[in-house]
Design a protein around this ligand. Structure first.
Ligand code: SF4
Length: 337
């Protein structure tokens, strides 16, 4: 997740326009559900990582990948549902790796299949999945689960240039990444696809940055979280040659952020006139509209048309998307009492 990445890598993320941040989500799940806002809960199902990306301190801080037992995860979901949460977000350091360490081993897809059967559950959402953990089984599940798992994935890209990915020690190349996001775009209707990208990795040339920009531009991605690289002591990348000048990094970050905004705008525009299921949060926006989050991660304001907002909060309702301007999206409730 971006916050975790910032903590672990020492990056400097700009807040993305459509990120819910801490609002609307209660961190942790057991046994204190946190503040009174019981709309979305973050449920940690996994910790640690077996990969060794050259810039990352997480494996040395958090250790190898470990999964929560499925019975515990399912019981916690049940308690969150009972406590009134409508959306539960699975989190982890490398969530897609879930279950490999268990005895007998399990997969994230198998856990999800059991989780979506829990009575009263509104919907589940996944946070960030490494490209190699997006399996055919998971794509099939997302495509056929009738929205019980939100059609939304954030898949770290980090660079759209194979030479940089090799220096980062990332376990995939751009062709692998493209296959994953193209398959998701083709098979999961309306899915939102986001990516983390690092700019200014040691030795990143103008051409390598351009390759990243072009790769993203021609991809089906819908939003970006852009991070400026800064070295973390104890990582191999910290001693790599080719430090990139801060002014250049700033310029590259700004260009990618603009590209991310364009991708988001294009994505949200494509849903004007369409209806999505949205979770109404407990917040009235400054424009007087009720804030809501669609299944495919569009953060919007719902026109109330004279209705009492308190009766509409924390519900999964159909919302017709009516207008998009800049980072703002507006919709109307369809058929809500
Ligand atoms: S996948 Fe790489 S960047 Fe992510 S936590 Fe593991 S080692 Fe760190």
């Amino acid at each position: 997740m971006p916050a975790l990445a910032a903590l672990a890598f020492g990056f400097d993320p700009a807040p993305p326009a459509n990120d819910l941040g801490r609002f609307g989500a209660t961190e942790g799940c057991d046994p204190d559900f946190g503040p009174g806002d019981r709309t979305r809960a973050l449920l940690k199902v996994q910790d640690g990582c077996d990969l060794r990306c050259s810039y990352c301190v997480i494996p040395s801080v958090r250790g190898n990948s470990r999964s929560e037992a499925p019975e515990i995860v399912l019981a916690r979901i049940g308690r969150l549902v009972e406590a009134g949460f409508r959306e539960i977000v699975f989190t982890g350091v490398n969530t897609g790796d879930y279950g490999r360490d268990l005895d007998p081993p399990l997969s994230l897809s198998k856990l999800l299949k059991r989780a979506i059967e829990i009575e009263g559950l509104g919907r589940l959402r996944l946070n960030s999945l490494e490209p190699k953990t997006v399996t055919a089984e998971l794509v099939e599940l997302l495509a056929g689960c009738s929205g019980r798992i939100a059609p939304h994935l954030q898949i770290p890209l980090q660079s759209g240039c194979d030479a940089v990915l090799a220096r980062m020690r990332r376990p995939y190349r751009t062709a692998d990444y493209a296959r994953v996001v193209d398959t998701l775009r083709r098979d999961v209707p309306g899915i939102a696809l986001g990516a983390d990208v690092i700019v200014g990795f040691p030795g990143e040339t103008d051409d390598e940055f351009e390759a990243t920009r072009r790769f993203i531009e021609s991809s089906p991605l819908n939003y970006l979280h852009v991070f400026s690289y800064s070295p973390r002591p104890g990582t191999s990348a910290a001693s790599f040659p080719g430090h990139v000048d801060a002014t250049i990094v700033k310029g590259r970050s700004a260009r990618l952020r603009r590209l991310g905004e364009d991708l988001s705008l294009r994505f949200r525009h494509s849903f004007v006139g369409k209806v999505r299921t949205a979770l109404t949060l407990r917040q009235i926006r400054s424009d007087g509209r009720l804030r809501a989050l669609t299944d495919n991660f569009i953060d919007l304001g719902c026109d109330l048309e004279g209705r009492d907002p308190t009766r509409l909060m924390n519900r999964l309702l159909d919302v017709g998307i009516t207008d998009v301007a800049g980072s703002s999206t507006v919709g109307t409730l369809v058929g809500a009492a």
